[in-house]
Design a protein around this ligand. Structure first.
Ligand code: AHG
Ligand code: MN
Ligand code: MN
Length: 357
C-alpha cells in the first residue's frame, strides 16, 4: 500500500533535479516540513498541551502574541537555522531579520515566514496555518534588512501548511502548485493533490464585511453586485465564506475556486491593508498564480509590488482569475472616473421607493 506513494522528499528530488545547489533548496523545504510536523502536533494537542491563550507581550505588529505564535516561531527557527541552507530569516513575530548564529554555516537562501497564520482562531479550535517564502541571497556577506525586500516575482519557492482536520502542505517551486497530506502514523507528507488548478470562474467570495464602511468604492461595488445575486448585474447568486485564517480561505479557493479579498481600507490610515507583503501576500500570491489563479493588490499583480519594509502591509485580492480581473477593472474604472457603482433595484427608476415625478 505504501509502494508507489510520492513522498515530499521524492517529489523534491524529481522537481529540483535541475537546480545546482547541492540539494540545498530541497533540504531547506524538508526542514520547513519538519517544523510543520512539530506545529501540527502542538495545534492538535489543543487545551491538553497547555498551548492555548495569549502571553503578556505584543509583537512588532502591535498584536497580542499567542503562546502558539511564539512556539511556532521557535519551531521554524530551530528546524531551519542549523542546516547550512539559510543566510537569514524574517518572521512576523520578530521585529528584525533573524541572523543565523555564527556556529552554523551560512547558506544561499532567505526564508520569510508567518509561523502561525489565523492565530485568533487557535483558542476556538478553528484551522490555522504556517506560510513561507524562499528567496535567493546571492552575496557572500550576511544579509541586511534590504536583502529581504525583494519583489514576489523573485521567490524560488513558497508554501503553506494548514492545520485542519488533516494537516496539509501546499507548495510551489515554480512548476505548478502541489498539495501533500501528512500521514500522521508514518510521519511523511504524501502527494495527494498534484497540479492544483483554480477554476477561472466562481460564485463564492470571502471578505470581512464588518469593514465595509472603510472600503474603497470598487470593492463596495463588487460585493454589492455579488450580494444582489440573480436580481443584479451578475445574474446569478453568490455564496460567502470568511474563516479569518487566510490559509484556510485560500485552501478552500485552491480546492473549489473563489475570490478572497482583504482590500485597502481607511480603518487605520497608516496601514494600506491588513496582510503583510513578504510572508503572507507574496507566498500565497505565488501559489495562486502557479495554480492558474490571479493575485492582485487591486492595481497590479501582488508579485510585482515593491517591497519597502519587512512588515509592510498590502491590499490582497486573489483567487479565480476572471473575478480578480473584474475587480481590477472596477479599480481602474474608479481611478479613471468611469465606474458605475451598483444601485439597488429598489432605488432605480420605476422602483418601489422612487416616484415617477
Ligand atoms: P495572523 O494571525 O498571522 O496575524 O494573520 C491573520 C490574518 C489572516 O489570516 C486573516 O485572513 C485575517 O488576518 C483575518 O482578519 P480579521 O480578523 O479582520 O477577520
Ligand atoms: Mn498571518
Ligand atoms: Mn501569524
Amino acid at each position: 500500500m505504501y509502494r508507489g506513494r510520492t513522498t515530499l522528499s521524492k517529489f523534491l528530488i524529481e522537481q529540483l533535479h535541475e537546480v545546482t545547489d547541492d540539494g540545498q533548496l530541497a533540504g531547506l523545504l524538508i526542514d520547513v516540513a519538519a517544523a510543520v510536523k512539530t506545529i501540527a502536533a502542538m495545534t492538535a494537542k489543543g487545551g491538553l498541551g497547555g498551548y492555548l491563550g495569549a502571553i503578556d507581550n505584543t509583537n512588532v505588529q502591535g498584536e497580542v502574541q499567542k503562546k502558539l505564535d511564539v512556539l511556532a516561531n521557535d519551531a521554524v527557527i530551530g528546524s531551519c537555522e542549523w542546516g547550512g541552507m539559510l543566510a537569514g530569516m524574517l518572521s512576523e513575530e520578530l521585529e528584525d531579520p533573524y541572523a543565523i548564529p555564527a556556529e552554523y554555516k551560512r547558506g544561499r537562501y532567505l526564508l520569510n515566514f508567518d509561523p502561525l497564520d489565523g492565530s485568533s482562531n487557535i483558542d476556538v479550535n478553528v484551522s490555522v496555518g504556517t506560510i513561507f517564502s524562499v528567496l535567493v541571497h546571492d552575496k557572500e556577506t550576511a544579509p541586511d534588512t534590504a536583502d529581504f525586500l525583494q519583489i514576489g516575482r523573485r521567490q524560488i519557492a513558497a508554501g503553506y501548511a494548514i492545520y485542519g482536520p488533516a494537516t496539509m502542505l501546499v507548495l510551489t517551486v515554480g512548476k505548478g502548485t502541489h498539495g501533500f497530506t501528512l500521514d500522521r502514523e508514518v510521519g511523511n507528507f504524501i502527494l495527494t493533490h498534484p497540479d492544483l488548478m483554480i477554476p477561472a470562474d466562481t460564485s463564492e467570495f470571502a471578505i470581512n464585511t464588518s469593514n465595509e464602511r472603510f472600503w474603497e468604492p470598487p470593492i463596495t461595488r463588487y460585493v454589492d453586485e455579488c450580494k444582489a445575486g440573480k436580481t443584479g448585474v451578475r445574474g446569478r447568486d453568490f455564496n460567502m465564506r470568511w474563516i479569518a485564517s487566510m490559509v484556510a480561505d485560500v485552501h478552500r479557493i485552491l480546492m473549489r475556486g473563489g475570490v478572497f479579498m482583504y482590500p485597502r481600507d481607511t480603518k487605520d490610515p497608516s496601514k494600506p491593508g491588513r496582510l503583510r507583503l513578504l510572508y503572507e501576500a507574496n507566498p500565497i500570491g505565488f501559489i495562486i498564480e502557479q495554480a492558474g489563479g490571479a493575485a492582485s493588490f487591486g492595481r497590479g499583480p501582488i508579485l510585482d509590488h515593491p517591497a519597502q519594509s519587512p512588515h509592510q502591509r498590502v491590499p490582497v485580492i486573489l483567487g479565480s482569475k476572471n473575478e480578480v480581473e473584474r475587480i481590477e477593472r472596477y479599480h481602474a474604472e474608479y481611478d479613471a472616473g468611469t465606474d458605475k457603482p451598483y444601485a439597488s433595484p429598489l432605488f432605480q427608476e420605476r422602483s418601489l421607493y422612487r416616484s415617477e415625478a
